[in-house]
Design a protein. Structure first.
Length: 303
């Protein structure tokens, strides 16, 4: 069942709106088995299938990873970070630091301002920041290419899909007062244009079925060789080239500590990897990519 679940989640991460027929064909399972298992995972919160708006479309051109050391319990700091609109991920970790967060902002001055606020929080001892220069692999970065305009109906559809990425075209049509075929055309256009990506978010942490390990890499030699080696690895949930103390950062997701160790050893063995540092995600406290589209986002969508 674990392998079936893992493969089903991976298929949904590739295409969150894949039909039960297509999922069954890809996994070599019956449609009834796939349908029942997917209903179960959605019902118990193991998986959410949602739409995320590409950061570039929203003008969020600065993406950063912040590691935080605290003095004493982490909860007050974590609670503050969870409440910030700029954070999409907050996680309690084991390692050199106590918390990590991923933030998305519109400019470098905005980043400096937010980092100053985080440093000033009670119990924060210090922070370390990595800026993503290129996202190599990420289920919620859809590579918006510009030139696509959206209207208020598109924005309403996006907000519906951020709540339920597998909502039927009929249900979506009822919400925005369009026919299912008209909705299908709009959704396909939004996905093809890189405005949104619909994918699965899996619950991770010690209390969940999947474990997660963050890894920072320092490279010696040709970055592209390492990047190409990890781009297609199923266990790599996220990877980005970074500016800061690491040249590259990634997230490994596996069903056991042994599998995580094997993946980490595989990374360490890559030619060109000179050093690694890892941190264990003990509890993912926030993972939320939904964003309310403001009128300015709609009006500026052609940029």
């Amino acid at each position: 069942m674990v392998n079936f679940d893992a493969e089903l989640v991976r298929a949904l991460q590739d295409d969150g709106r894949a039909s039960i027929h297509d999922l069954a064909a890809e996994l070599g399972q019956s449609r009834a088995a796939v349908s029942a298992r997917l209903r179960g995972m959605l019902a118990d919160g193991t998986v959410r299938v949602v739409a995320a708006v590409d950061p570039a479309f929203l003008g969020q051109n600065v993406l950063a990873h912040v590691s935080i050391r605290t003095d004493g319990t982490t909860e007050p700091v974590a609670e503050h970070l969870r409440g910030l609109s700029e954070t999409v991920l907050v996680s309690a970790v084991g390692g050199v630091h106590d918390l990590v967060t991923e933030i998305r902002l519109g400019s470098m001055p905005a980043l400096h301002h937010l980092l100053a606020q985080i440093r000033a929080l009670p119990r924060v001892v210090d922070i370390t920041t990595l800026i993503y220069s290129t996202v190599i692999k990420g289920f919620f970065v859809s590579e918006y290419r510009g030139g696509l305009r959206i209207d208020a109906t598109d924005a309403a559809l996006i907000e519906q899909l951020q709540r339920d990425g597998r909502a039927s075209f009929r249900a979506l049509g009822e919400a925005v007062r369009l026919s299912p075929s008209a909705v299908a055309t709009r959704v396909d256009r939004l996905i093809a244009g890189g405005v949104i990506k619909i994918s699965a978010v899996e619950a991770r942490g010690l209390a969940q079925r999947q474990l997660s390990l963050g890894v920072g890499l320092n490279l010696a030699g040709d970055d592209d060789t390492v990047i190409e080696a990890i781009r297609g690895w199923r266990g790599v949930d996220f990877a980005a080239r970074t500016l800061g103390r690491f040249d590259l950062i990634m997230t490994l997701v596996e069903p056991s500590a042994g599998a995580l160790y094997a993946s980490l050893e595989r990374i360490r063995a890559l030619p060109g990897v000179s050093r690694t540092e890892a941190w264990f995600h003990l509890a993912v406290l926030k993972e939320d990519y939904a964003r309310t589209l403001r009128p300015a986002d709609v009006l500026a969508a052609g940029r």
